[in-house]
Design a protein around this ligand. Structure first.
Ligand SMILES: C[S@@+](CC[C@H](N)C(=O)[O-])C[C@H]1O[C@@H](n2cnc3c(N)ncnc32)[C@H](O)[C@@H]1O
Length: 298
């Protein structure tokens, strides 16, 4: 696909002081499929692109890879590997993500608990600092015979040394959707609580599933995350004009959120059809952003 610079205003009308220069981060012999004022997308296997990204250069990595659940992503992706092959494949892109993230930068990996327990061990082995195992509650999951009812995905959060950016997020005090009364009594300390809300916890029960048509592309209806997850990843660990890398672009949620929050981004997506989906999303503003009442304190 020929390189293309998208000009129309994307999700935001605000432009960065200078357009994003991918060549400052990625060897210029590798050409993006398209660029915006805020970022650049590469249409190739991330294992081929990541080695061309400069070491210690990006602020946050967010990775939502295929989960090896035999899903169909397109002709270039096998989502049905032997278990050891899948884990070895993850180790290969994880090693690159660790290399390219800045000292103090963050790495997030979204996956099933079954895989993330192994991928977290690899991040620890590579010397990263464990910050959190965030449980993202699954709405409408399916029961599995002979098992507990699976009700969360895992979002690993590690940093390369001491975190350089950790911004405080508050979430609204929980209320009952029927009577509007507060759900918890806070042990008699309610009056002393911050009116802006409570500190974001490591259990996220308020992330909506991406079900409604207005939140997804007609050309790609599955495997898309809520913008609320990315809102938090970006707000917690980056500042304006920082760079977020996502090796598994999908429907472009990470890039859409980055642009909306005035962050730069670098992405890979192996399937050309999904590259088109991402391009449409950044151009058209048609795909909705989930409602989010978080308050960012600092
Ligand atoms: C689970 S989806 C990501 C969804 C994304 N987080 C979103 O919210 O839209 C994983 C994506 O990774 C892509 N992919 C799989 N293997 C890849 C690889 N080796 N390099 C780059 N992209 C890959 C798939 O085509 C798919 O679009």
């Amino acid at each position: 696909m020929a390189q293309q610079i998208l000009q129309p205003a994307q999700l935001t009308l605000i432009k960065p002081p200078a357009p994003f220069k991918a060549a400052n981060y990625v060897a210029s012999k590798v050409r993006p499929a398209f660029s915006t004022e805020w970022g650049a997308l590469y249409n190739d296997d991330c294992l081929k692109i990541l080695p061309h990204i400069q070491s210690d250069s990006v602020d946050t990595v967010f990775a939502d890879p295929p989960f090896n659940l035999q899903k169909l992503y397109g002709s270039k992706v096998s989502d049905d590997l032997a278990e050891h092959e899948y884990v070895e494949w993850c180790h290969r892109w994880i090693a690159e993500c660790v290399r390219v993230v800045k000292p103090g930068g963050a790495i997030f990996i979204y996956n099933l608990p079954k895989w993330n327990i192994l991928l977290g061990a690899e991040l620890t082995r590579l010397g990263l600092n464990f910050r959190h195992w965030i449980a993202v509650s699954i709405k409408f999951g399916l029961p599995i015979t002979g098992r507990l009812y699976p009700s969360h995905y895992s979002l690993l959060y590690y940093t390369k040394g001491k975190p350089k950016t950790f911004r405080k997020i508050r979430t609204p005090i929980e209320t009952c959707r029927h009577c509007d009364g507060e759900v918890k009594d806070y042990g008699g300390h309610r009056d002393a609580m911050n009116p802006l809300g409570v500190n974001l916890t490591d259990v996220w029960v308020d992330v909506p599933p991406v079900r409604h048509r207005k939140f997804k592309s007609e050309k790609r209806s599955a495997n898309q995350l809520s913008t609320k997850i990315l809102d938090r990843v970006v707000e917690l660990t980056t500042n304006q004009y920082d760079v977020v890398l996502d090796p598994f672009g999908g429907a472009g949620t990470t890039f859409a959120v980055a642009e909306r929050k005035l962050r730069h981004w670098i992405g890979c997506e192996i399937e050309p059809d999904y590259v088109e989906v991402i391009q449409d999303r950044l151009l058209s503003k048609d795909i909705g952003h989930h409602h989010n009442d978080d308050v960012i304190e600092g």
